[in-house]
Design a protein around this ligand. Sequence first.
Ligand code: HEM
Length: 366
Amino acid sequence: MTLFGKLYNWVELRLGISQVIEKEMTGYLLPRTINSWYSLGSVLLFAFALQVVSGILLLIYYVPDADKAFKSVSVIMNEIPFGWLIRLSHAVGSNLMVAALFLHMFSVLFMGSYKKPRELQWVSGFTLLNLVMGISLTGYLLPWSQLSFWATTVATNSVGAVPVIGEFLVEFIRGGKLVGPPTLGRFFAIHVALLPLVIAGLIAAHLFFLKRTGISTPPTSDTATAPQLGNSYRYEKHEGGIPFFPNFFLHDMSSVAIYVACLLGVVYFSPYLFFTPDSFVPANPFQTPAHIKPEWYFLANYQILKIFPSEIIGLTVQGGAMTIIALLPFVDRGDKRYPLKRPLFMACAIGGIALFLALSIWGHLS
Ligand code: HEM
């Protein structure tokens, strides 16, 4: 017996690994009609892991001090071997992860898989989307460039529109009246410690809900409905389905390979796609750049704040829309899942996405 075989036997005798593999991998059956949209969840798991690993590597040389942060990022980009690859993978990866999150959300929207019994999966997922956007926002400040400084000034300013406690909140977030070194300290702690832990915990909860409800069957015919819930808990089984391992696992891996190809494609061929000229200039609190824009996925929010006469109306509209989306499974309670059998919902969803795109383009051009 080979050394590996002996080692496997030793562990097997103690932990019964083959039983776990049988239950969770080869014996974990998925619907026969499962499609590629279902592999976006695995792409997101991979994307998050990549952000954590590249982030830890960046921490070796990054210095969270307002006088040294910009210089330390230049050193990573220009002097540390492969520092550019790690830094660009992290920055580009954050954008691609948000794009993958939107796609995952739209796919569960159109397939109606947020409906009962998967309400908790939707709510945990939507919270994850917001936290990932929050971790990107806090990361934006860390290079301490003109873009970092002024984009954070604009973003934190809008919190000031909250009635009564607005001013207190802005000062609390910034650690002072203006964005400055205390803001960097706060955002650094939130970005590298608090949010990664909370996101990892919430991903675990999201996967736990998935394990308990079972994965949904894609709505491939117009009779597809969300299951009726009885008086007791029921797992959605897929007798005669395809095994997760190796069948769907290989499918997941091809989707991950496409994600990596897109990431490296941007890093090699258009490394500064998500950067603007202000990201190459150190922060200067005394010089406001002419055009400061948030990242592409915040452009719609930014434009909403601009079109309403007062910021508080803009914030209320956004808060209302976010609450409806967060509670969608409780608002849209019909049990039909086939898209063409839900014309009203589809019209609202497509209209909502078109509005989001239009506001983002308007925000970009204005
Ligand atoms: C870091 C973020 C996220 C990770 C790592 C993640 C991971 C996963 C995984 C692995 C699955 C199972 C396979 C699949 O259907 O793709 C899944 C399913 C699901 N996710 Fe997410 N997800 C994330 C964010 C979201 C968001 C933003 C939403 C919606 C707002 C969401 C809603 C759902 C729903 C409803 C399902 C059930 C799909 C079904 O059973 O058909 N997730 N997620």
